[in-house]
Design a protein. Structure first.
Length: 81
């Protein structure tokens, strides 16, 4: 069973309340998404750590209901809204 965009956004937002999130369905099939997540919680973390944090927010759905998620993560700072 595929995940919808709103469910992915909800799970990420629960883990990163301050985040700016942009999710796109890449193939129109509900299985292949890209997400840009900008959060102050990424401060001081490597890209690998940031991506793991986002994958963990999906509560085990990555690889199951969610087949593919291309991630871009950025640290939120004073100039990013």
């Amino acid at each position: 069973m595929a995940m919808d965009l709103q469910e992915i956004e909800k799970l990420i937002k629960e883990a990163f309340p301050d985040a700016s999130i942009d999710i796109k369905d890449l193939a129109g099939d509900g299985n292949h998404y890209s997400a840009t997540v900008i959060s102050s919680q990424f401060k001081g973390k490597s890209k690998i750590e940031q991506h793991k944090m986002v994958y963990n927010s999906l509560k085990g759905k990555m690889g199951n209901e969610l087949h593919a998620l291309a991630l871009v993560t950025k640290e939120k700072n004073g100039s990013t809204s």
